[in-house]
Ligand binder design. Sequence first.
Ligand code: VGL
Ligand code: ZN
Length: 200
Amino acid sequence: MSEPTEQRYHSGAALVVVDMQHDFADPDGSLYVRGGDQLAEPIAAEIAAARAAGARVVFTQDWHPEHTPHFATDGGLWPVHCVMGTPGAEFVPGLDPAGAPEPVVRKGSGPEDGYSGFSVRNLDTGAVHATELAGLLDGVSELTVVGLAGDWCVKATAVDAAEQDFAVRVPLALTAFVELNPGDTDRAIDEMRAAGVAVD
Ligand code: VGL
Ligand code: ZN
C-alpha cells in the first residue's frame, strides 16, 4: 500500500518530475509512452501535495539538438523526439513549470544520452557529466521520482539518486513504461529495487 501522499512530503523531501513532455505523454507524440497521457492529472495532484508540504519540486526536460547520436536517424536508438525549442519538447498542459518557482533541469543537449536527471553520457567519448540536479537537492534526503519513462529516464534518475544515498521511491501509479523489448518493465522494476529504490 502506498503511504498517503501528505506524509511523503516535508522540507527534507523533494519530488522530481521527469520528462512530462508532449513527445512522450501525448498519443500524437513521436515517442509516445502508452499510458503517459493518463499521468498529467495525478502528477499535478502530487506536485500540489509536495508544494503544500514545503517539499522541493524539480522538473527534468529531455532537450535534444536536431541531430544527435541519441536518434536512430544518426545511429542511435530513438525516433527524433524532444528537439529543443519545438512543440514536442514542451511540457504537457497542467505540468508546465513556467511561472512556478521551481527549476527545470534540461538534459541531452549535446551528442549524448540524457537518461538520468543527474548526468548525461557523451556517446562519442563515453564521458559522463553531472547536471545541476544534485546541487538543486542540497539539504534533501528523500526523493520521489515520477513521470516518463519508467524503464528509461525515471529508472536512471531513481537508481542514480539511490547511489547518491537519497531514500528514493517510485510510485508505479505515477509512471509509464516504453517496453521497447518485452519484459523491460519488470526488468526496470527489478533494477530499481536492487538499487534500493522503493517501487510501489
Ligand atoms: C527517454 C528515451 C529517450 C525518457 C528520453 O525520458 O525516458 N526515453 N529519451
Ligand atoms: Zn531523449
